[in-house]
Design a protein. Structure first.
Length: 338
């Protein structure tokens, strides 16, 4: 028996094709990218399942036009834009599923932060070189050891830092959850403020873009690429940051002016930078960030790997449908909201 499913997403064609490729055969899926309300209503009428990736308002008005709807699956952990009471009143089950790649990006961001605060690129180079000229060598025992034998300065920690998140969505939410144990003050800026209950849950404070740049010890750029965001982290924006601040990014490439950032770190205008995405990929030899990193600047570059590369990547993609299959089989649902 085939179940009619509507799948809404904001992501581009390649992601949509891959998602459809891994769909179970018993699901007849209609995929829509950022549909208008009218378009969504037009296809939702005879569907039993709505899969909503990351965001999309689902309210009583929409549910009124979906009499056959039985299950709403949110891909991602933010459900503030789903009217749970309206769903409950209509007997519609609501659950969510964490996006494994999003979680890995958040973990990568934490790694970037700690690595820069510890000046890890420099420390790794020193350890690999194992050169003479540092402290006298000795055999380590309980009383004899050469702590910080390379005499590095300004090796800092993440605890109690102010972290600012620019562009807040699923990755930002997962990052906030992982920073909770570090006792960080977490600020964020986005065009539309998150609901107060989400801010309370994640320990977030909304602020202006100007304040975010001015007070953050670590500024996390998660902006999506668009005509408006292209190269928006430029010389003017970077100049608003503290000289002791760090800039990390695992958002879209092309948002940061890479030459301006390299010059800022090299000159001491910024304390460091870590990027996973770039305007041109794979990285080119003459990229200014590559040149600055080779020159010893506190810059850490990774080759667009924040989302990870698990050995079961295709199976992982298919797992997003598991809550639908569990529901149809009458099994209990993890992460059930209604």
């Amino acid at each position: 028996m085939t179940t009619k499913v509507v799948f809404t997403t904001e992501r581009a064609g390649r992601h949509q094709r891959n998602a459809l490729k891994m769909a179970p055969e018993n699901l007849a899926i209609t995929m829509l990218r950022e549909p208008s309300r009218a378009d969504l209503k037009a296809v939702l009428g005879g569907s039993e399942v709505l899969i909503s990736e990351r965001r999309g308002v689902i309210d009583a008005d929409l549910l009124n036009d979906a009499p056959d709807l039985r299950l709403i699956l949110r891909l991602g952990s933010l459900s503030h834009d789903i009217d749970l009471e309206a769903a409950r009143a209509r007997g519609v089950v609501v659950c969510w599923r964490p996006q494994e790649g999003v979680v890995r990006v958040a973990e990568h961001l934490v790694m970037q932060m700690v690595a820069l605060l510890r000046r890890l690129p420099e420390a790794l180079a020193i350890a690999r070189e194992a050169a003479d000229g540092w402290a006298p060598r000795l055999t380590t025992d309980e009383d004899n050891f050469a702590f910080n034998w390379s005499e590095r300065q300004n090796l800092l920690g993440l605890h109690d830092r102010t972290v600012g998140i620019l562009g807040f969505g699923e990755i930002g939410a997962e990052l906030a959850r992982r920073l909770a144990g570090w006792n960080c003050s977490m600020l964020y800026h986005r065009r539309s403020r998150m609901p107060e209950d989400v801010e309370r849950e994640l320990g977030l404070t909304h602020c202006s873009r100007e304040q975010l740049f001015a007070v953050s010890d670590v500024l996390v750029c998660l902006l999506p690429y668009s005509a408006q965001t292209r190269l928006s982290i430029d010389t003017v924006a970077i100049a608003k940051m503290k000289p002791s601040a760090l800039l990390v990014s695992a958002g879209s490439g092309g948002v940061i002016d890479e030459l301006a950032l390299a010059q800022a770190v090299r000159s001491g205008q910024l304390a460091g930078a870590a990027l996973d995405t770039f305007a041109v990929e794979p990285l080119e030899n003459d990229n200014p960030l590559v040149q600055a990193a080779r020159g010893g600047a506190n810059i850490m570059l990774t080759p667009h790997v924040a989302g990870g590369s698990p050995p079961d990547a295709w199976e992982e993609l298919g797992r997003m449908y598991q809550p639908v299959l569990d529901y149809l089989a009458g099994n209990s649902l993890s992460f059930r909201l209604v």
